[in-house]
Design a protein around this ligand. Structure first.
Ligand code: UD1
Ligand code: BG6
Ligand code: NA
Length: 365
């Protein structure tokens, strides 16, 4: 089943041009988006007071990546809930809310308990899941199957990128009645169409990421700084490294750097800064300058052709990635970090597909 690959995680990373294609298959039509599972509910969703995203682990991170474009394309405020924390707080959920549950397996205990809670509170409950017939799919009022194909590696990879793409299509469908954002929607749809080929291109960084992993083998810790569309990329990249390579790693909001994290910076601690081209680019350039002036050991991810703009004197290691529509860039940017986590795990001699203490689907609280 692994074919020519050594591990499922490796296979699933490299399969993403295909899994993203199947996520979109039959759903981009006549210049618009058609999601069979949502079309009867779009009117209700457009009238809701807020969208609440709920999930755990990688699925939560995918929802965080989607937050910005859902707000932008729909004009509806979006709040984020880690499922267990919503339950701990018994946080407010109202009839006027649309609660969107994101789960690869559709069987995560905390997510399902949060679903029961939201159903009791009268919210419209929408599922985004990879598993047809799962409890999440059955119990939600409506939803979208991401159709990424079965994912076996405990560390989620292809489901993450397909979840983001499914939520991009959802945002486009909800916002499709707005004339003022038509040009923006057209640009994103064309970005979706080119995504599989961009993903194939970024996968060519495999050997470079293996080399980078080699240089990080003995590090105790790794920080990842992101902001805007790519704050989620920082969290998800760090989660991948922590869960499979068993290395301490933290994703951080670059805008918070001065409020604590800067104290950790020295010439030994490796720091990945995500600085691909978008509205936050100049802010990330200044973050890089401040880290370099404290002798930070930087690995900068930037758009193709931006190497000298992010690192003028060649004092950092640069990962250049292809550019897509800014809100889809998280789909591209996570892939080098998935490859890095994979190679780091193999080089450190740990089990890639069955990391210590973790389960693919956490069905107990
Ligand atoms: C559906 C078919 C697909 C077929 C296509 C043709 C299924 C599972 N999907 O896809 O095989 O090719 O029509 O038009 O038979 N749902 C939830 N919660 C979730 C996810 C989905 O309630 O978390 C519901 C949806 O609201 C919908 C149904 O499940 O009623 C199927 O969803 P989805 O597979 O995404 O719909 P289509 O893409 O239309
Ligand atoms: C587990 C998995 O912790 O559950 C993660 O190891 C996953 O990879 C998380 O992100 C949530 O799972 P699901 O199925 O709800 O997306
Ligand atoms: Na359902």
């Amino acid at each position: 089943k692994k074919g020519s690959y050594d591990h499922f995680m490796q296979k699933e990373i490299h399969e993403q041009p295909h899994s993203l294609t199947t996520t979109m298959r039959g759903r981009l039509k006549d210049g618009g988006v058609l999601l069979g599972g949502l079309k009867e509910h779009l009117k209700t969703i457009r009238r809701c007071r807020r969208v609440v995203f709920i999930g755990c682990g990688t699925s939560y991170n995918a929802a965080l990546a989607a937050r910005t474009f859902v707000e932008e394309l729909t004009g509806i405020p979006v709040t984020m809930e880690v499922a267990s924390d919503l339950l701990d707080r018994q946080g407010p959920i109202y009839r006027e809310d649309t609660a969107v549950f994101v789960s690869q397996s559709g069987e995560t205990a905390d997510t399902l308990l949060a679903l029961d809670y939201a159903l009791e509170n009268g919210a419209l409950c929408v599922g985004i899941t990879n598993t047809v017939g799962s409890t999440l799919s059955r119990k939600t009022h409506c939803g979208v199957h991401i159709n990424a194909g079965c994912e076996i590696g405990v560390a989620s990879t292809k489901a993450y990128t397909s979840q983001i793409v499914a939520m991009a299509m959802m945002a486009l469908a909800i916002g499709s009645d707005q004339i003022s954002t038509q040009a923006r929607r057209d640009a994103i749809i064309s970005g979706l169409t080119s995504l599989p080929s961009c993903v194939s291109e970024v996968l060519k960084l495999d050997a470079e990421m293996k080399e980078l992993a080699y240089s990080l083998i003995d590090s105790e810790s790794l920080l990842v700084f992101g902001r805007g569309y790519n704050y989620a990329t920082a969290l998800e990249g760090a989660l991948k490294v922590k869960e499979v390579a068993l290395m301490h790693s933290e994703g951080m909001l670059a805008g918070e750097m001065k409020h604590g994290p800067l104290a950790l910076v020295d010439e030994n601690l490796p720091i990945i800064v995500i600085a691909t081209h978008d509205a936050c680019f100049s802010k990330q350039q200044s973050v890089i300058q401040q880290l370099l002036s404290r002798k930070g050991r930087l690995i900068v991810m930037c758009s193709k052709g931006d190497a000298s703009a992010v690192c003028p004197n060649g004092s950092c290691r640069v990962i250049e990635v292809p550019g897509v529509a800014d809100c889809l860039q998280p789909v591209i940017n996570i892939i080098p970090l998935q490859l890095l986590a994979y190679h780091l795990t193999v080089l450190r001699g740990f089990d890639v597909d069955q990391p210590r203490n973790l389960a693919k689907s956490v069905t107990t609280q």
